[in-house]
Design a protein around this ligand. Sequence first.
Ligand code: ADP
Length: 362
Amino acid sequence: MAELKIQHVDKIYDNNVQAVFDFNLDVKDGELIVLVGPSGCGKSTTLRMIAGLEDISAGHLLLDGKDITQAPAKDRDMAMVFQNYALYGHMTIYENMAFSLTLRKENPNVIHKKVLAAAEILGLTSQLNKKPSQLSGGQRQRVAMGRSIVRNPKVFLFDEPLSNLDAKLRGATRREILLLHKRLKATMLYVTHDQTEALTLADRIVCMSMGHVQQVGTPIELYDAPANKFVASFIGLPPMNFFDVTVREGMLEGKGFTVPLSEEEKGILLPYAGKEIDLGVRPEDVAADGSINMKVFSNENLGMNTLVHGHIGGSEAASNKISAKLRGWCDYKEGDNVGVSFSRKHFFDKESGNAIRKGESK
Ligand code: ADP
């Protein structure tokens, strides 16, 4: 069992920089939580406070009901996997994996069993006598994970573990972490700036910006129903398009274009009649079958899809810029005009940036 409760946690560094504001999260036993956000948003600080590597300025941390806010790192029963692996170059893979247990003076037979079991899980059995320098980046990352597994900690903490790997290896190692999570059924917290890692790995995502949690939810919740413009633009690739529009009778009016609204959408936007809002449309929700004119300026073939960039409504204003991920192989040229439609729309309040949703009045 490993349930972690993070309650009203703040971090103020000695230089008075507040890196984390009122962080709250209940992590369930066996859950894989991904903290995601741009560089500097406070993800690592949060993880390091949980690990006990940074003091907690305010708030509480509870592990299985026990307050560990002040507990030293070594007494927290957590293991951290860093992005730079932190392996000992002069030791073999076996010795690296056994190191923490050897330090604890565990029985050598027990150590041997644990190292072999972890090596088996991670596919490192044939590498145990090698030195880290003889291994690939991906294998080294697995050794770093192996070192955590042998300790059988209550909580695994990962700080950008894939950022030193090339794109192909990142995908493969990501899948290994998922398998590892399934196999160990361990509670894991994982920090990354990469929204793809968050979407593919997480049971639940915590999306942060400037020290504040913006939204907590399953990957599909964040993708389908982002709480605000920040989450909408951070989750999803290429990012969501945003257009300045005014809510008119039965439609949205932008600069040089109009967008029809469904009955349901009209209902949602009723409190905003006559007001300006932000319309958000994901590139994958744009189709080349509509009446909104898009003037193309570039065409990128991705194989199964084509990413087309252009402007809508005959204006080159920043708010008329659009990226469309169209199905199949398209060969649009600069200056081509394409009629597009939006299959799904997201609406945001101009002032707060918050999503405008069904049943929520302004
Ligand atoms: P992230 O992991 O999301 O990139 P960090 O948690 O590393 O962000 O940093 C959050 C903020 O705290 C940043 O503004 C960063 O400059 C600041 N910060 C991080 N470490 C320290 C430190 N040791 N002293 C002062 N400020 C720090």
